[in-house]
Design a protein around this ligand. Structure first.
Ligand code: SF4
Length: 353
């Protein structure tokens, strides 16, 4: 793992950075507009959020985590107190940040099953939880230095960024940090890594790593074997809604343990295989549902192609995505690049570049 100071980006930095800052504002405004759509026209909001944006997200995190880090509307919201000059800028220790990571993973595992009960079909409830996360993001931005509280701390998407973003295709300008104040050490945005978790070796980080890496593939598998419930029925089926993903999680954790036990030297490959299994499992089940080939009762269809294209074509497509992710995340020789280029250190930090 090395700190990245001088990676190239696509365009000369100033123009490129300006582009990302403009894009960031556009995405933030689009996020507000989508929230309004969720309240005014919930079914359209659900369709755009759960059936278009969210299915694109895992692949985006695998290929270019920095894109999402630059434009995520919740991230921009978290940094508003810093931008507007009213953040308390409390420095978080790496131990404390490790605790926030663990809470973020648990938050993620807690929220996802509720899609079957509520969020997949209720735009207003989805908008409310996003608003709730927005308030949390803003609060952590108000309390803590730069990205440490939310984007690199409590955000429930951050663990997935770490899981999938170990071999990105390119490094972008950091559209949130024109100068680095060392809010997070090591900085997940600016550090070249080939493993999801950076070098902290404390017990909390180990637990987070175990929960995320070991459990996530089985958790995703279990999630896709749980139906959507309508009305109040889902609340009486929480044992199924949480039970299937947790059962899957326990099974994959056991396999993760055993593989690490027997092939300890190949831990890096095992991590790659488990990260690949999680993202591939997602698309393996999600793509058929999106295009009308789903077997379970869900609200996740984008367009029904089941009478337009043969069934085997969707199997071929999902097989190709799995092969692609396996090649990208396990076989391909990864370039050691970070999600974004580290900006120069702020004056006074003693590390001015
Ligand atoms: S570049 Fe510096 S200020 Fe920005 S997130 Fe990383 S450590 Fe924090």
């Amino acid at each position: 793992m090395t700190q990245n100071h001088s990676q190239s980006s696509f365009l000369p930095m100033s123009r490129s950075l300006m582009f990302w800052k403009i894009f960031q504002v556009i995405c933030w405004l689009a996020g507000i507009a989508l929230l309004l759509v969720m309240f005014v026209n919930p079914s359209t909001g659900v369709m755009i959020f759960w059936n278009i944006l969210i299915p694109v997200a895992p692949a985006l995190l695998v290929i270019g985590t920095g894109v999402w880090r630059n434009v995520c509307p919740l991230g921009t919201t978290a940094l508003l107190p810093d931008r507007l000059g009213f953040s308390k800028k409390i420095k978080l220790s790496s131990k404390m940040q490790a605790v926030l990571h663990l809470i973020a993973v648990l938050l993620l595992l807690l929220i996802i099953p509720l899609r079957h009960v509520l969020f997949n079909q209720d735009g207003q409830a989805t908008a409310l939880i996003i608003l709730g996360l927005g308030v949390m993001a803003m609060f952590t931005g108000f309390m803590f230095e730069r990205k440490s509280g939310w984007c690199s701390g409590l955000c429930p998407v951050h663990p997935v960024e770490k899981l999938y973003g170990s071999g990105v295709a390119f490094s972008l300008p950091n559209a949130h940090c024109s100068e680095c104040v060392r809010c997070s050490v090591p900085c997940p945005d600016s550090t070249q890594v080939s493993k999801p978790f950076l070098s902290q070796n404390n017990a909390v980080t180990k637990a987070t790593e175990l929960v995320l890496l070991g459990c996530f593939p089985g958790y995703v598998w279990g999630w896709f074997h749980t139906p959507d419930y309508t009305g109040a029925e889902g609340w009486s089926r929480l044992n199924i809604v949480y039970g299937y993903p947790l059962l899957g999680a326990a099974a994959s954790l056991l396999i993760y343990f055993l593989l690490n036990w027997f092939f300890k030297k190949h831990n890096k490959v095992i991590i790659g295989v488990f990260a690949t299994a999680a993202v591939s499992c997602y698309y393996w089940f999600r793509l058929p549902i999106l295009f009308g080939f789903g077997k379970l009762e869900t609200h996740g269809m984008l367009v029904d192609l089941s009478n337009t294209i043969p069934g085997w074509s969707i199997t071929a497509f999902t097989s190709l995505t799995t092969l692609f992710f396996f090649w990208w995340m396990v076989i391909r020789k990864k370039e050691r690049i970070s999600w974004s280029v580290r900006p120069r250190y702020v004056r006074g930090s003693g590390l001015i570049s």
